[in-house]
Design a protein around this ligand. Structure first.
Ligand code: FES
Ligand code: FES
Length: 154
């Protein structure tokens, strides 16, 4: 067992975790933040993406013990202008149907926008390659990211 201390959505949390516990299971189980979804559970689909120290991370692959000292943001903690704009754009552009991929998509999409890569469709599609959506055909997701990039870039 390992003692860890993390910040989750701005709140400090300390606890003891088993070596094989994934960050995803800590988030969904112990912390009951079920907006983070589990699809494949082996690093393929991106549904479990959360921000770890500001970088999107597969929470199904990351041991909870490895998150010691990190600041983690899940869909429940995504605040700020960019996140609000992106949420609105997802609605406007019908960027989700079942919503299973959406929290992981949001983590990746915010990262794309923060790195200034949201202004052309080909780049967005390449950056989204690690996030699988079985419903939308991706067009609405790409349009939402383009929309926010155009709104926020002079
Ligand atoms: S559940 Fe983590 S990548 Fe699919
Ligand atoms: S909206 Fe259903 S998987 Fe993306």
């Amino acid at each position: 067992m390992t003692d860890i201390a993390i910040t989750i959505n701005g709140t400090a949390w300390e606890g003891t975790v088993e070596p094989r516990l994934s960050l995803a299971d800590l988030i969904r189980g112990e912390l009951t933040l079920t907006g983070t979804h589990l699809g494949c559970e082996h690093g393929v689909c991106g549904a479990c993406n959360v921000e770890v120290d500001g970088v999107p991370m597969r929470s199904c692959l990351m041991p909870a013990a490895a998150a010691d000292g990190c600041a983690i943001t899940t869909i429940e903690g995504q605040y700020g202008e960019m996140a609000e704009r992106l949420r609105a754009a997802f609605t406007t552009h019908h960027a989700l149907q079942c919503g299973f991929c959406t929290s992981g998509m949001m983590a990746t999409a915010l990262d794309i926008l923060r790195r200034g890569l949201g202004r052309d469709e080909a780049t967005i599609r390449r950056e989204l390659a690690g996030n699988i959506c079985r419903c939308t055909g991706y067009q609405g997701i790409v349009a939402a990211i383009l929309h926010v990039a155009q709104e926020t870039t002079p």
